[in-house]
Design a protein around this ligand. Structure first.
Ligand code: FES
Length: 101
């Protein structure tokens, strides 16, 4: 095993898990992740912020769920209308906001 520093300053994890009982983040989680990724690219932040899908975060009935790390900020019942707020929160504490080269 090797221990290393993270490749990105912030990670935004979006649950996309599908549950058979329908209490899940699933399809709407995928739409939220796609939009977050698009905005991260448009703002030139793709080298600092990584948007990734995740499996179940065990708070399914409150989904869709989004998590910013290492800030450990959780968002419940997220909609498409929340993505700019989430990204604005993720920007807090970044070393700088340069455009990608
Ligand atoms: S399905 Fe998203 S938290 Fe469980």
């Amino acid at each position: 095993m090797e221990i290393s520093q993270p490749a990105f300053e912030k990670y935004i994890f979006v649950c996309e898990n599908e549950r058979p009982d329908g209490r899940c983040c699933g399809r709407l989680g995928s739409e939220i992740r796609d939009l977050l990724k698009q905005i991260v690219r448009e703002r030139g932040l793709a080298r600092k912020i990584r948007v990734s899908r995740t499996g179940c975060l065990d708070v399914c009935q409150q989904g869709p769920n989004v998590l910013i790390m290492p800030d450990n900020i959780w968002y419940k019942q997220v909609t498409i209308h929340d993505v700019n707020r989430i990204l604005d929160d993720a920007l807090k504490g970044l070393s700088s906001h340069p455009k990608e080269s």
